[in-house]
Design a protein around this ligand. Structure first.
Ligand code: GLU
Length: 511
């Protein structure tokens, strides 16, 4: 009898803490998370901070807070720990050294001592010669200053004297490397087009390539799911796996996020142009102090964000568009990721936000209104807040809209919509409003229905149409030309306040 062990799926999100986490990064994290959950695997957060020059203070915390906001919780991370830590590359330097040395020992990597000037001269020479491969490679490395051209003693002497050096991979020329990508299929690359990439830098830190491979192996990563911009690095990574004698994980390179217009990669500039954020949370640029508004602060709900990002490059194969994180964790499959770039359609995000805003319990939304009202120095009962939510929810995309559109429930209008005044404020409007006031003044806590009856009585008595009275009444109560049900607004404002407003409007608006 053969016992087959099910492979434990382990995936990672491996951002570099070099600034604000772009929304595309959140999508990468989400897809990794969903894939792990779908297969009962583990989702790991690894911080790739080997580029000390580009490291930004606070960026790691920002990444963790962003994931946390979306509910994309890592099973292992620098904060949480785990059996495969440390999860910050700067704390694993010895490991990279060890594997770099192993490669050197096996003749698969070499020390190189070329100065910046020598490297510049090399590039110029290759450019002038219009060489097919214009990089440090199989073709020209024997003309350079490295362990392949210097004697053993010269190398030793340089290493001992503290001359800066790097360690480069030694690629064989003329070999085909095949990347078998779950999304893109098979991609073949000839090593003649590749270069002897640096694995260890002169500052003793590994480059992304070496550290990434060592960690993916040691952390037992089974699937590498990352942005398409890393596809060109995949052949080198595959060679590294071969050189180290390790099994290659499966690769899935995610399609680019495209501008809303659909052509070209989505950039911060596009986001600014269209007035939507590019970062999940507010992000303060450490250098300039400029704050870029985040999706959260703009009013997007995490559920809407997750739903939106899930559909940016993946589809369920059905017409269904509304998905919770739990549901996505059940249905997500790498096979349904599309090759084509995903257009960043912010209208879709807004639509989803409206959906989730409406699905939020009314008492939570009411609590928000009460809080905002208190901050502005207004009293707001729970009933009033609930009524406002009921009236404004269908007209709101963001939770802030609930408050911004509710101003007239707290302050009498000081201005009246000019166009409506001109078109709809007539002597008969004033007559009707005066009469309406006399009818409602005597009522005790009337319902919307009762208010409506008074209005009917008014228009019948003066032999006017509703159209002659309603716009003026709305103007008097709210200052605006449109809005939710007028009778309900009367109920929220109450008889006393409504009367006051109607009388004030009659006094203020010139006929
Ligand atoms: N550190 C890389 C980044 O910042 C990770 C790429 C990968 O997932 O291999 O995106």
């Amino acid at each position: 009898m053969t016992i087959r062990f099910k492979m434990m799926i382990r995936v990672r999100f491996a951002p570099s803490p070099t600034g604000g986490l772009h929304i595309g990064g959140v999508r990468t994290a989400l897809y990794n998370y969903l894939f792990a959950k779908k297969h009962g695997g583990k989702f790991i957060l690894r911080i790739e901070d080997t580029d000390q020059k580009r490291k930004v203070e606070g960026a790691e915390e920002y990444i963790m807070q962003s994931l946390d906001w979306c509910g994309i919780t890592p099973d292992e991370s620098p904060a949480k720990g785990g059996d495969f830590g440390p999860y910050r590359q700067s704390e694993r330097l010895d490991l990279y050294q060890q594997y770099a040395q192993q490669l050197i020992g096996a003749g698969l990597a070499y020390y190189a001592f070329d100065s910046p000037e020598e490297l510049d001269a090399m590039r110029t020479k290759l450019q002038e010669a219009k060489a097919a491969n214009q990089q440090y490679s199989f073709f020209n490395r024997l003309e350079m200053k490295n362990a392949l051209t210097l004697t053993k003693e010269e190398v030793e002497e340089r290493l001992n004297s503290g001359v800066p050096y790097v360690i480069r991979i030694k690629l064989e020329g003329g070999k085909t490397v095949m990347v078998n990508d779950v999304v893109r299929g098979k991609v073949e690359v000839n090593t003649n087009t590749m270069d002897d990439k640096i694995l260890m830098k002169s500052d003793g830190f590994p480059t992304y390539h070496l550290a990434n491979i060592v960690d993916d192996h040691l952390m037992k990563i089974t699937h590498v799911i990352r942005g398409e911009e890393w596809l060109p690095s995949a052949p080198l990574h595959i060679v590294l796996y071969q050189y180290l004698g390790w099994e290659t994980p499966k690769f899935a390179h995610l399609p680019l996020l495209l501008k809303p217009e659909g052509n070209g990669k989505l950039s911060k500039r596009d986001a600014d142009k269209h007035g939507f954020p590019i970062f999940p949370l507010n992000y303060t640029d450490a250098k300039t102090g400029n704050v870029a508004e985040g999706f959260k602060e703009k009013g997007y709900l995490p559920k809407a964000m997750v739903n939106f990002l899930a559909l940016l490059g993946w589809n369920p194969g059905t017409e269904q568009e509304i998905f919770s994180l739990e549901e996505l964790s059940r249905v997500f499959e790498l096979e349904r990721i599309s090759k084509a770039g995903a257009k960043f359609d912010i209208q879709k995000a807004n639509w989803l936000n409206e959906h989730y805003l409406r699905a939020t319990p009314a008492k939570e939304l009411a609590a928000y209104i009460i809080k905002r009202a208190q901050e502005s120095g207004y009293d707001c009962s729970n009933n009033k807040a609930l009524a406002i939510v009921g009236l404004l929810i269908e007209r709101s995309t963001f939770i802030q809209d609930l408050w911004n559109n509710a101003q007239y429930f707290f302050v009498s209008p000081t201005e009246y919509d000019n166009k409506t005044v001109k078109k709809k404020w007539k002597p008969e409007t004033v007559d009707a409003l005066n009469l309406f006031v006399t009818y409602i003044k005597v009522l005790q806590n009337p319902t919307a229905e009762l208010f409506k009856q008074q209005l009917e009585k008014t228009v019948n008595e003066l032999e006017l149409g509703f159209g002659k009275v309603m716009p003026g009444l709305r103007l008097a109560l709210t200052g605006q030309s449109g809005g939710p049900d007028l009778m309900e607004i009367l109920v929220v404002l109450g008889v006393e306040e409504s009367t006051k407003r109607i009388e004030a409007a009659i006094k203020t608006i010139e006929l």
